[in-house]
Design a protein around this ligand. Structure first.
Ligand code: R5P
Length: 282
């Protein structure tokens, strides 16, 4: 995505290279002079998250030591779901990531649809979360064209984002009440009567990881007579057998953005990110 953002902003690409040694260690080398320059460091931190995060920190540290001013552009921000303590004794890992970024010289963070806005408050430097929802709406309208659509949020946490999707699409919005067992990770959706009979249901979430949430939502609407379940998310991680799980739950269509590369990453968010970067002044 770095190349695409650079093209859109008519910026030169920095001569830099990551090398990964046979033992897994990374090395970062920059061949251009960066002293006094504003550098947009574009690195998504999808699986393997720790590796990609470390590379981001390594590059930021080195470039800032060389005198660059770093804006980290992190389309998918790993650890964003660990933004508070859910169970006693748990660490707030996103707070630690914020601390590491600052120590590595990051001055500003631009990400895409962070899991929750509260997460941004853990950073002690300016942060911004770009919304991919308008791009997803446009893609679904033009390429999926659901019949008599209803837009559903699987849980309360993501309801604002999903409601925005429904409003932009001009479709009714419904809310499910999902709960996750914090120890086993098992997802359940509370029973409720939903007006979905004969309709195409668009399930909108920020992340699909194991597929458990989308599966529970899809099973619920299909059992109440929905015509089709469509899963839309910003960050498609699809870990393990997530895609099989979705298929078994009768999810016919999956749409996500290119914050995480993959088979379903059809929606390009580089325009939305570049538009935001244009508004940033030094
Ligand atoms: C959780 O609150 C998030 O918004 C997603 O619903 C969740 O991360 C999806 O994960 P999974 O696909 O593993 O259920």
């Amino acid at each position: 995505m770095g190349r695409s953002i650079a093209e859109k902003l008519s910026l030169p690409l920095l001569g830099a290279e990551f090398r990964v040694f046979p033992d897994g260690e990374s090395k970062f080398t920059v061949s251009d002079k960066v002293s006094g320059k504003n550098v947009l460091l574009v690195q998504s931190t999808y699986h393997p998250a720790d590796h990609h995060l470390f590379q981001l920190l390594l590059a930021s540290h080195h470039l800032s030591e060389e005198g660059a001013k770093i804006t980290a552009v992190v389309p998918y921000l790993a650890y964003a779901r660990q933004d508070k303590q859910f169970l006693p004794g748990e660490g707030v890992t996103l707070g630690f990531v914020a601390h590491l970024m600052r120590s590595a010289g990051v001055r500003r963070l631009v990400t895409v649809d962070i899991h929750s806005a509260e997460g941004l408050a853990l950073f002690s430097f300016p942060t911004y979360s770009v919304s991919a929802i308008p791009s997803l709406v446009e893609y679904v309208r033009e390429n999926v064209s659901p019949k008599d659509p209803v837009v559903i949020s699987p849980d309360f946490g993501g309801s604002k984002r999903t409601e925005a999707f429904a409003a932009l699409y001009g479709a009714p919005f419904l809310q499910l009440a999902k709960t996750r067992d914090r120890v086993s990770g098992e997802v359940t959706v509370a029973d409720s009567k939903l007006e979905v009979k004969g309709k195409d249901v668009v399930i909108v979430d920020d992340i699909i990881s194991t597929g458990g949430t989308a599966r529970a939502a899809a099973e619920k609407v299909m059992s109440q007579g929905a015509r089709r379940a469509i899963a839309v998310c910003v960050h498609g991680l699809f870990v393990g057998s997530a895609l099989d799980i979705l298929e078994k739950a009768s999810v016919k269509t999956v749409v996500c953005t290119n914050t995480v590369p993959g088979r379903f990453s059809q929606v390009d968010v580089s325009d939305a990110v570049a538009s935001h970067l244009r508004t940033i002044e030094d």
